[in-house]
Design a protein around this ligand. Structure first.
Ligand code: NAD
Length: 355
C-alpha cells in the first residue's frame, strides 16, 4: 500500500493562521513582532532567501527589515551591529544571512545575538534549552503520565516559550502529525549537523524514542536505517558529486594517457526504498538541486528553453520509497514550509519575551 504523503504546506499554513492571530494580539498590546535580517553579502541566493522571508513575514503582518551592512564588514563591525540590534527595544527578532564576509565566523556572530531575539533558535543558549527540555520531559513522564503527551507537545514544540531550532522542531512536528505514538519507537536520524541532525536527536529522545544517529562515518547505513520505525534524513548528499565532473572528464579527454577516466557520478538518492522499514514514518529534510541527467560530456541535459534541466529533490528515493513507507514527506512541500512557519513562530515567541 502506498504511504500517506505528509502535507507540510497544509500543516505550515495552519501554524501561520494561528500565528497571524497572535501577531494581531501582540500589536494590540504594543509588542509588535519585528524581524531584522542582518545582511553583509550580495549573494544572489541569499537575496532570494531574504525576499522569501519578507514575503512570509508580510503574510502574517510581521514587520521585516533588511539591515544592509558593507560586504567587506569585519567581524568586529558585525558584532557591534548585533549589539546595537540587541539593544533596540522595537527589534524583537534577528537573523543573520549567509554567506558572511571573509574572516567572519557564523558561530561567533550567532552566539552574540540576545537568545530572546534569536529568530533561528540556533544560538548556544537556545540549542541548550532543547537539552534541558528533554530532561524536564523525563521528569514529567514519571510525574503526570495521564496528560504527558499533551504536555510534551505544548512544552516542546508548539509552546516552547523561547526560540527553538526551526527545522528540527518542524521535522518532529511532522512526525507528530501522523498520530503515531512515538514512545519506545526506534528512530534513526541520518546526519548529525548542529542545525538539523543533533537537535532532531534530542527532540526524539524527549519523545522517548530509542534513537540511532548515522553520519558520514557510518559504515552499515542500510542496516541501521532499516531498523527505523521513524527515519529522519538530512544529509544533502546524493550518491555522487556532479559539479566538477565535466571539467575532470574534459581534462581526461584531452590527454587520456595522463589520468584515469573519471567515473560518471551516480545522481541517485542516498536512501533507497530497500533501506526503509515497511510502514515507517520517513521525514526527508534535504533539499538537493540536481541535474535530471548528465549528457556524455558530463554536463546537465538541457530543457526545452536551452537551460540545464534541474530538479529539486531530497535524500530519499521518493517514488519507490512511498510504496514501502507508512508516511513520507515530499520534497519540496514537506519540511521546507515547516521551517519557514517555525521561524515565524520564533519571531512571535521572541516578541512575547521582549518589552
Ligand atoms: P551538513 O552538510 O551540515 O550536514 C550533513 C550531514 O550529513 C553530516 O552530519 C554528515 O555526517 C552526514 N552525511 C553526509 N554524507 C553522508 C552519507 N553518505 N551517509 C550518512 N551521512 C552522511 O548539512 P545540514 O545543514 O544538516 O543540511 C542537510 C540537508 O538538509 C541539506 O540538503 C540542506 O539543504 C537541508 N536543509 C533543509 C532545511 C529545510 O528547511 N527543509 C533546513 C536546513 C537544511
Amino acid at each position: 500500500m502506498s504511504a500517506v504523503i505528509i502535507d507540510g504546506e497544509a500543516i505550515a499554513a495552519r501554524i501561520k493562521e494561528r500565528l497571524a492571530k497572535e501577531v494581531e494580539c501582540l500589536k494590540s498590546i504594543g509588542k509588535a513582532p519585528h524581524l531584522v535580517a542582518l545582511q553583509a553579502n550580495d549573494n544572489p541566493g541569499s537575496r532570494i532567501y531574504v525576499a522569501n522571508q519578507k514575503k512570509s513575514c508580510e503574510e502574517i503582518s510581521i514587520r521585516y527589515e533588511v539591515d544592509e551592512q558593507p560586504i567587506n564588514s569585519t567581524q568586529d563591525q558585525l558584532l557591534k551591529r548585533i549589539e546595537e540590534l540587541n539593544a533596540m527595544r522595537d527589534v524583537t527578532g534577528i537573523i543573520i544571512q549567509m554567506p558572511l564576509p571573509e574572516g567572519c565566523d557564523s558561530r561567533t556572530l550567532q552566539g552574540r545575538i540576545n537568545p530572546a531575539k534569536d529568530a533561528e533558535g540556533m544560538c548556544p543558549a537556545n540549542v541548550g534549552r532543547v537539552v534541558l527540555a528533554t530532561s524536564q520531559a523525563a521528569l514529567m513522564r514519571r510525574g503526570v503520565p495521564e496528560n504527558y503527551d499533551e504536555w510534551l507537545r505544548e512544552s516542546l514544540t508548539w509552546n516552547m516559550p523561547a526560540p527553538a531550532p526551526c527545522t528540527a522542531v518542524g521535522s518532529v512536528e511532522l512526525i507528530r502529525s501522523t498520530g503515531i505514538d512515538m514512545y519506545g519507537k526506534h528512530a534513526v536520524v541520518v546526519g548529525h549537523s548542529e542545525i538539523v541532525g543533533k537537535p532532531v536527536v534530542l527532540l526524539l529522545l524527549a519523545h522517548f524514542c530509542t534513537v540511532s544517529c548515522a553520519h558520514i562515518a557510518t559504515t552499515n547505513l542500510a542496516e541501521i536505517t532499516r531498523q527505523g520505525d521513524i527515519l529522519v534524513v538530512a544529509t544533502g548528499k546524493p550518491q555522487g558529486v556532479w559539479n566538477g565532473y565535466s571539467a575532470k572528464f574534459k581534462k581526461w579527454q584531452k590527454s587520456p594517457e595522463k589520468s584515469k577516466k573519471p567515473k560518471k557520478p551516480d545522481l541517485s538518492a542516498l536512501i533507497k526504498a530497500d533501506m526503509i522499514k515497511p510502514g515507517a514514518v520517513v521525514i526527508d529534510v534535504a533539499i538537493n538541486r540536481l541535474p535530471k541527467a548528465l549528457d556524455d560530456n558530463g554536463e546537465p541535459v538541457l530543457n526545452a528553453k536551452g537551460k540545464p534541466d534541474m530538479i529539486t529533490c531530497g535524500d530519499v528515493e521518493f517514488a519507490n520509497a512511498k510504496e514501502v513507507a507508512g508516511w513520507i514527506t515530499p520534497v519540496p512541500g514537506g519540511v521546507g514550509p515547516m521551517t519557514t512557519a517555525l521561524l515565524l513562530r520564533n519571531v512571535v515567541e521572541a516578541a512575547k519575551l521582549g518589552g
